[in-house]
Unconditional design. Structure first.
Length: 250
């Protein structure tokens, strides 16, 4: 079998099994079907299946042992920073609780990243942020993709922070934003104000004002968290008691 085709089939099998686990078709503690059963299900060789299971094992989804089979691990042991796992989780019927948790992560990280960007961002990274803002403005008039521009802006700030650990979160931020923006994207009449709110963050970063950059980013994300809370309430699912408007304690 051609190596590229083999690899592609392995990825597809891993993605299919991973998504099935993430949405609960195979709950924690359940043993996956045997290699023979999975081979028939996917039309794949045992070699491909073993490689796919190794991929899922590395992500913390399953534990494969001889004579016991492949068992789905508790969700608390999954690597939720893995963009594949996050994208699979987004196929759950109700993902708003997950998005709320992710919003809390963003509130903890992105204001700090904005403050660091005000201190560390290089001219080229500032230009990336400006370019993203320009495309966000174009999107208000229908001339650019608002989602891509929004993601690029937040990712550019992670890069501009100069912190390698923040930068490593860019894939997770990108995947989650692709879903959450469906809920948090403002109405057309408010889109210009939303762009300017992002631009205020950029201005603070460009001027080197770390405190303003941090506070403005926190306010921006708190508004998005509030919209998620509202969507959760409309769904009839209990939300959190977090006061998203309150500044983080020092």
């Amino acid at each position: 079998m051609d190596v590229q085709i083999h690899s592609s089939l392995t990825d597809r099998v891993a993605a299919s099994l991973g998504q099935a686990i993430a949405v609960g078709e195979y709950p924690p503690g359940v043993t996956l079907p045997t290699e023979t059963q999975l081979a028939e299900l996917f039309g794949a060789s045992r070699t491909v299946l073993r490689e796919a299971v190794k991929m899922l094992t590395a992500k913390g989804l399953v534990d494969a042992r001889p004579r016991r089979g492949t068992v789905v691990k508790p969700e608390i042991e999954w690597n939720l920073a893995d963009p594949d796992i996050l994208s699979w989780l987004l196929h759950r019927r109700n993902v708003l609780p997950l998005m709320q948790e992710f919003a809390d992560v963003r509130l903890a990280i992105e204001p700090a990243a904005a403050a660091l960007a005000a201190q560390n961002a290089k001219p080229a990274e500032i230009e990336e942020m400006k370019d993203a803002i320009d495309r966000m403005r174009e999107s208000v008039l229908g001339g650019a993709d608002p989602l891509v521009a929004d993601i690029d802006f937040h990712v550019a700030i992670l890069k501009g922070s100069g912190n390698r650990f923040f930068w490593s979160l860019r894939f997770m931020v990108s995947v989650a934003l692709r879903f959450s923006i469906r809920v948090t994207d403002p109405p057309q009449k408010d889109k210009h104000g939303n762009v300017e709110d992002h631009n205020h963050v950029l201005e603070a970063i460009e001027s080197g004002d770390a405190k303003a950059a941090e506070d403005l980013m926190r306010a921006l994300l708190a508004e998005a968290k509030a919209l998620l809370n509202e969507a959760q309430a409309r769904n009839g699912v209990p939300g959190t008691d977090v006061d998203v408007a309150a500044p983080a304690t020092k």
